[in-house]
Write a protein that binds this ligand. Structure first.
Ligand SMILES: Nc1ncnc2c1ncn2[C@@H]1O[C@H](COP(=O)(O)OP(=O)(O)OP(=O)(O)O)[C@@H](O)[C@H]1O
Length: 312
């Protein structure tokens, strides 16, 4: 659990983060959104003390984050940023091994961890481990950046626009990888993004920042039903509300018993994307497939239309 209490950061007379308090529950994804310059990066960097707060406290699992030296804190907390920040003269395997090596892990344990993470991110360890970052595509580099952040098995992972530079298809894939990885390691994640679609897809809770303040901290569904301020409403986009609601859950959550004709929809697809597939296929119902390919039921246009309506 991360408890942020009355945290403020001033540069001169300007408070760029102003009296922010919020609690991030363990094993959840909290997404921080807001306009450019609203203080998102500054807030997240105060968690791993890349920025020192002017006042207030942050504790992680009950421990004040100033009670350990900052370098040690940063070895414990994963940090992934836009543009990955990989070391260019180290191989992919060496990059991922950075923090475990600093922590003095045994070689066999490090190698096993590198292999596990590369496999998890669908990068063949024998092919990609010995390569240098410039020998990878942007999307692959990004995955290695996240793998490196996870290498020392941190309880907490901070991500600042991690997928900002990726094209939409790779970005969607990276988001799904992140959800799978979060479930696997049960990491507590705070992620900064500009992209509301990404926020609704990933978040257990969303924190909206405006001019240094958190103006709403709520679940995506709560935020859709009751935006706290006109700013939040604008950020969500009124015409997007039904679609945002559908992006929160997966096709698997809307599966009904029975069979249907047509190309199966993966159960992990968001309901928004499932709706799009249904519309595009011209069908009112399609089969739904589990990750192993087995058909687990069907999904209908009618059910999705009901789910897209304003919650009562
Ligand atoms: N070291 C610094 N000295 C002075 N001002 C700073 C410093 N770092 C950040 N700021 C200011 O603090 C404000 C918040 O910056 P921050 O990077 O946290 O915003 P952000 O919401 O992450 O923005 P973006 O979405 O554009 O990345 C900005 O106005 C920025 O100019």
């Amino acid at each position: 659990m991360i408890e942020i209490k009355h945290i403020t950061k001033r540069y001169g007379d300007t408070a760029v983060v102003s009296d922010v308090s919020l609690t991030v529950e363990p094993h959840t994804i909290t997404v921080v959104v807001g306009t450019s310059g609203s203080g998102k990066t500054t807030l997240v960097r105060m968690v791993n003390r890349l920025v020192e707060p002017t006042s207030g406290t942050i504790s992680i699992d009950g421990e004040d984050n100033r009670s350990v030296p900052d370098f040690e804190l940063r070895r414990r907390i994963g940090y992934a940023i836009q543009g990955h920040g990989l070391f260019p003269h180290r191989t992919v395997a060496q990059n991922i091994a950075t923090v475990p090596t600093l922590l003095g892990w045994e070689k066999a344990r490090i190698n096993a961890k590198v292999e596990e993470l590369l496999t998890l991110f669908q990068l063949d360890p024998d092919t990609f481990g010995p390569r240098y970052p410039h020998e990878l595509s942007g999307g692959q580099q990004q995955r290695v950046g996240v793998a490196r952040a996870l290498a020392a098995e941190p309880n907490v992972l901070l991500m600042d626009e991690p997928f900002g530079a990726l094209d939409p298809i790779i970005r969607a894939k990276a988001q799904d990888d992140l959800i799978a990885i979060q479930k696997h390691f049960r990491t507590t994640i705070i992620l900064v993004t500009h992209d509301m679609e990404e926020a609704f897809h990933l978040a257990d809770k969303i924190a909206v920042m405006d001019k240094g303040e958190v103006v709403q901290y709520a679940t995506p569904a709560e935020m859709l039903v009751e935006p706290a301020t006109p700013f939040v409403e604008t950020l969500i986009g009124a015409s997007e509300r039904p679609f945002r609601l559908l992006s929160i859950e997966t096709a698997g959550d809307a599966v009904e018993p029975g069979s249907a004709e047509g190309t199966p929809i993966p159960a992990t697809l968001s309901q928004r994307d499932a709706l799009s597939e249904l519309l595009w296929s011209g069908r009112s119902v399609l089969p739904v497939a589990a990750p192993d390919g087995a058909i687990i039921g069907k999904i209908s246009l009618e059910a999705l239309v009901k789910r897209a309506a304003r919650p009562q």
